[in-house]
Write a protein that binds this ligand. Structure first.
Ligand SMILES: Nc1nc2c(ncn2[C@@H]2O[C@H](COP(=O)(O)OP(=O)(O)O)[C@@H](O)[C@H]2O)c(=O)[nH]1
Ligand SMILES: [Mg+2]
Length: 173
């Protein structure tokens, strides 16, 4: 099963770090869109890691159209307040109902700018699953990949109609 995943969220929330095997301290902004393939036991996750820079927003439209699952990431209060803007884009640009996960990143931070309780309430108000993680201490990422597999709705197999079989007997035999 192949799942196309679109990672969204403001600049610097930690989207690209999620996809690294080792934590990277220095910040290298993503230009446009990066792509990564993750082979898992049950699935192949094809992850589009996008820039949070609003100057490149229109560039992202085709990736919404092909996404099977969308992950909206936040860490700071400012990025939390952008969640509904990302949702508006999902409503505008997706072509089918796409499950959306709200991901709280950098959960190692103390104190957190947005409490887990507030984020869980927001996710439930907006009809999203909620996951939290930290790339710094490597927690929650496995849960995220699992949740993506759980919420993904596999496409219905196309049913090819059987050709009508007419009897070929002959009445003289
Ligand atoms: N403390 C902490 N810092 C993180 C975490 N994930 C990413 N960062 C830092 O946040 C900055 C931005 O990360 P990046 O993944 O490039 O953000 P992106 O713009 O959303 O792709 C980098 O300096 C990372 O080291 C995390 O889980 N905990
Ligand atoms: Mg990035």
């Amino acid at each position: 099963m192949e799942i196309e995943v679109l990672l969204l969220g403001s600049r610097g929330v930690g989207k690209s770090c999620l996809l690294e095997s080792k934590f990277i301290q220095t910040y290298t902004p993503t230009i446009g869109v990066d792509f990564i393939i993750m082979r898992r036991l049950k699935s192949i996750l094809k992850v589009w890691d996008t820039t949070g820079d609003s100057r490149f927003r229109s560039l992202l439209e085709p990736y919404f159209k092909r996404a099977d699952v969308i992950v909206i990431c936040f860490s700071s209060r400012a990025s939390f307040e952008k969640i509904r803007d990302w949702l508006d884009l999902c409503n505008r640009w997706t072509l089918k109902p796409v499950p959306i996960i709200l991901l709280a990143t950098k959960c190692d931070a103390s104190p957190r700018e947005v409490s887990a309780q507030e984020a869980i309430t927001e996710a439930s108000d907006l009809g999203m699953r909620y996951v939290e993680c930290s790339s710094f201490n490597d927690t929650g990422r496995h849960r995220l990949w699992q949740t993506i597999e759980e919420v993904h709705v596999p496409p219905k197999p196309r049913v090819i109609p059987k050709p009508e079989i007419r009897p070929t007997w002959c009445c003289f035999q």
